[in-house]
Design a protein around this ligand. Structure first.
Ligand SMILES: [Fe+2]
Length: 265
């Protein structure tokens, strides 16, 4: 492995049991495959991929589609569960390499930490006491630079409905990060939109979905017309990182905007 670590983060594919199944007019499996094919065609020389949850949309049969599509990459695929996942089924479907659900991985000068923020039966997130302790231990046991991946957002997205379904104990989560100076970035999914900010020297990133997006800054649930996307991350041996959000234009993008009670991130 070169000293520079190259990652591809993608999120919220929301796969269904039916491989042709669609959400809001988007065939989720085909859409994820187009995103991955786009990245593949760019020959990014990736060290690993990271998927930040909502791998399926409440239909665990979708994990088989995910496993098949990702195995072809020949790279580790690090995953965290989302609120639409079934954590137990996810872990058993993706139990063997190239997949890893939760825990941490060391790549070059960096440690990647995967945090579970899901609470069974709930849209919003919380990092359990055990999860906080595991995060603290993973960060404390290594002097590598660290990047943390989690499903739910730990800061306000400036959007009333989304801010009600982030990590409810975000202060505890951020407190653990604050205790470890080598943490350089946190990146999440769930919000189906891009985000890039900074807090106490730590880069805060959100990665859009590989299918349907949500309109940023909207106070009620609103579907956005932006296309699927993925995030490229380049982690340098000196602890700096570069990132790029890549929108993958496709004829099968979200149709118009809509609001309603089905807002589930
Ligand atoms: Fe989602």
């Amino acid at each position: 492995m070169s000293p520079t670590v190259r990652l591809l983060q993608f999120s919220d594919p929301h796969l269904l049991a039916d491989p042709r199944g669609s959400l809001r007019g988007v065939q989720t499996l085909a859409s994820m495959q187009r995103v991955l094919a786009h990245a593949s065609a760019r020959r990014l020389n990736l060290d690993a991929l990271v998927c930040t949850g909502d791998i399926v949309n409440d239909e665990p049969e979708g994990y088989a589609h995910f496993a098949r599509a990702l195995a072809a990459f020949g790279r580790p695929v690090y995953c965290v569960p989302g609120n639409h996942d079934d954590p137990q089924q996810l872990r058993s479907a993706l139990a063997a390499p190239p997949f890893q659900v939760g825990g941490h991985a060391d790549l070059g000068a960096w440690r990647i930490v995967l945090v579970d923020s899901c609470v069974p039966g709930r849209v919003g997130g919380r990092v359990s006491a055990a999860g906080l302790a595991a995060l603290d231990a993973a960060l404390g046991a290594s002097e590598r630079y660290a990047m943390v991946f989690v499903h739910h957002h730990p800061v306000s997205m400036g959007s009333r409905w989304l801010d009600a379904v982030g990590i409810e104990n975000a202060e505890d989560f951020l407190g653990v990060l604050d205790a470890h100076a080598q943490v350089r970035a946190v990146s999440w999914g769930h919000v189906h939109q891009g985000f890039d900010a900074r807090r106490r020297g730590v880069r805060l990133l959100a990665t859009p979905s590989t299918c349907v997006q949500f309109l940023p800054q909207a106070h009620e649930f609103t579907v956005d017309t932006r296309p699927p996307a993925y995030r490229r991350l380049t982690l340098q041996p000196d602890g700096t990182l570069e990132t790029e959000l890549v929108w993958v234009d496709t004829a099968a993008g979200a149709q118009g905007s809509a609001s309603g009670a089905a807002a589930q991130g």
